[in-house]
Design a protein around this ligand. Structure first.
Ligand code: HEC
Length: 154
């Protein structure tokens, strides 16, 4: 009886120990799952200093191919919230946006709206008006640059 109790306890303790360690050791199995958070954190900490600056952008003559591609991205990912006119839908209309804003500001708003909304006074002012935080649309830098080219035609 005593032995049964003891072994019962031991078994329970063993199972608990397995469960406790299980988390750690099975996570070692797929390191991808464990390495994702550090990777994401690294991306986040890199991003603020990684904001695009004027030096990163060259604007030449309007490139029709880039405009086309940018328009496609707009229709897919931005149209739900942005008109091409002056009127606000969820976010501000894009007409004349390249005259109101510096290219790097636009790029940063497209690529990392979260950082802009947390740190940029102009973005925050818009948020106060729109009351919706623009979600990150996972644009690549090239995507963003193409959308910027499209914006230049508006
Ligand atoms: C769910 C709605 C939503 C989507 C989708 C969205 N935006 Fe926005 N966007 C906003 C809002 C709202 C603002 C104003 C700032 C704020 O409140 O977050 C904004 C602001 C902006 C601004 C600044 C405009 C200005 O006049 O200064 C740019 C540029 C912009 N968005 C680009 C994009 C691009 C590019 C896409 C698509 C890839 C996109 N947005 C998709 C909601 C959206």
């Amino acid at each position: 009886m005593r032995i049964t109790l003891l072994s019962g306890f031991t078994a329970t303790a063993f199972i608990l120990a397995m469960a406790a360690c299980g988390g750690g050791s099975t996570n070692d199995g797929p390191p991808g799952a464990k390495s994702t958070p550090p990777g994401a954190a690294a991306a986040e900490t890199k991003a603020p200093s990684g904001l695009i600056t004027a030096a990163d952008i060259t604007l030449g003559d309007i490139d029709a191919k880039m405009v086309d591609s940018g328009k496609g991205i707009y229709e897919l990912k931005c149209q739900a919230c942005h008109s091409l006119g002056a009127n606000r839908v969820v976010g501000p209309g894009w007409k004349g946006v390249t005259e109101r804003r510096a290219p790097e500001w636009i790029m940063n708003m497209m690529l990392t709206p979260d950082i802009m909304l947390d740190s940029d006074p102009e973005a925050q002012k818009q948020l106060e008006e729109c009351l919706v935080r623009m979600p990150n649309q996972s644009l690549s830098k090239a995507d963003g640059r193409n959308v910027l080219e499209f914006m230049r035609t508006l």
